[in-house]
Design a protein around this ligand. Structure first.
Ligand SMILES: Nc1nc2c(ncn2[C@@H]2O[C@H](COP(=O)(O)OP(=O)(O)OP(=O)(O)O)[C@@H](O)[C@H]2O)c(=O)[nH]1
Ligand SMILES: [Mg+2]
Length: 404
């Protein structure tokens, strides 16, 4: 069987297989998290990544002070320092030596998935002060590590944004060898019954981290974090634009309606890549709902004649294409609409605005169809998204009769 002749069920299976392949091929992101006991390291880790890896027990001891947390099949490893106290020179020196050894071991391996990529040094903003011991520790840390590993100072428990800003300025004046000081509140904090400080800053911490880690793990970070949906959407837009361009190339020689399934391999790859970029555990039923509500319908040839004919009516200008063939721009428009509708759906799931089970209901399917159709009708290009011009006779866009 080749990809072109798949029925919707086979398409769904292929997509699921490709999602798994894309996930398995992600380079593991390795993070060291440091900071005194109680500053909120575990809370931060559990609130920022999609799997609560620091919850699963005590972790595997790497040294007396460093513990390693990970989950099978999840491309993240966290080296945590639970219960850390910065008192006692011996303990501090030992910890620095341990960190150096952990970093060196990763480098010696020569494998990107075993290297340490970033350090988050956590300081609690609720203490309102930055101790000399912390300053000395960060300075030594950067000196001890043989490579230039990015260190980000995370101001945790920043219940008061003003106080956190003040502390941020104090730390910045020290000119420490750190990338940035980022205030955050990892979880909502109830000050009293009437006033709750809302969690914030996690998306920024991800942006800053993304900016300093190696390219090999950027996609991994975007996928495994759950606080920066915008980053996931950007990744998805790039995938959609690439797939739309590939579809346009396929359609450069107009494809007869009946062969529109030529586009299917590209679209399958696109849906799988978008899913992997979002990093969501997407159920097969979700993919089935999306496929059957857009490009495939049960029993019918995928992207068959009637569906394409229906789609044609929705694309401005496309109706002028005669002879029953899909042009490159129409192929691109269909592919882009599918990719963007799917991105929209995953965004809703990601932000909790919709449950994935809802997609399987008739209401959910209607929503998918509507999003797909809306995207087809959308005039694009002004917002940096892939520009797709449907072909048509009145390409100039001037209204008739305006000429003098
Ligand atoms: N509401 C709220 N509570 C927080 C936040 N960060 C930390 N906490 C609380 O502060 C306490 C300590 O947080 P942990 O995450 O356990 O601190 P830790 O740095 O992992 O501590 P050790 O494992 O002992 O080193 C817990 O009771 C958390 O619930 C936050 O952003 N919001
Ligand atoms: Mg902890």
């Amino acid at each position: 069987m080749n990809d072109f002749e798949m029925n919707p069920q086979e398409m769904v299976d292929t997509i699921m297989k490709k999602i798994k392949e894309a996930r398995d091929s992600m380079t593991r992101f390795n993070l060291v998290i440091l900071g005194k006991t109680g500053v909120g390291k575990s809370t931060l880790i559990n609130n920022i990544f999609s799997e609560p890896i620091a919850d699963v027990g005590i972790g595997k001891p790497v040294t007396s002070q460093i513990r390693q947390y990970e989950r099978d099949g999840y491309p993240l490893r966290v080296f945590d320092t639970p219960g850390l106290e910065l008192s006692g020179d011996n303990a501090v020196d030992q910890l620095l030596a341990d960190i150096r050894e952990t970093v060196s071991a990763g480098l010696r391996s020569g494998r990107p998935e075993d290297a340490i990529h970033c350090i988050w040094y956590c300081v609690s903003a609720s203490s309102h002060r930055f101790e000399d011991a912390e300053k000395a520790f960060i300075t030594k840390l950067s000196e001890e590590i043989e490579c230039r590993l990015p260190i980000i100072v995370v101001l945790t428990q920043s219940f008061s944004k003003n106080d956190a800003q003040t502390l941020k300025s104090v730390i910045e004046k020290e000119n420490l060898p750190v990338t940035q000081v980022v205030p955050i509140l990892a979880g909502d904090y109830e000050i009293d019954e009437e006033y709750v400080a809302k969690a914030y800053g996690l998306d920024r911490l991800i942006d800053v981290t993304y900016g300093v880690i190696p390219d090999a793990v950027k996609n991994t970070l975007a996928a495994i974090q759950k606080v920066n949906v915008r980053m996931k959407q950007k990744k998805a837009h790039v995938i959609v634009a690439t797939s739309a361009a590939a579809a346009a190339a396929t359609g450069a020689i107009p494809i007869p309606f009946s062969d529109a399934a030529l586009l299917v391999p590209e679209q399958i790859g696109m849906l799988a890549s978008i899913t992997a970029a979002f990093g969501l555990p997407v159920e097969k039923s979700v993919i089935t709902a999306v496929v059957s509500s857009t490009i495939g319908s049960a029993g019918a040839t995928v992207l068959g004649k009637s569906i394409v004919a229906g789609i044609f009516k929705l694309i401005p200008g496309a109706g002028s294409v005669v002879g029953g063939a899909i042009s490159g721009s129409v192929a691109a428009a269909i592919t882009a609409a599918l990719g963007e509708a799917y991105t929209g759906i995953l965004t809703l799931i990601c932000t909790g605005e919709m449950k994935s089970e809802e997609l399987e209901t008739e209401k959910g399917r209607k929503l998918i169809r509507k999003m797909f159709r809306d995207k087809l009708k959308l005039k694009r290009g002004s917002d940096g998204e892939p520009e797709i011009k449907a072909s048509g006779k009145k390409a100039s866009g001037k209204a008739p009769g305006k000429k003098k």
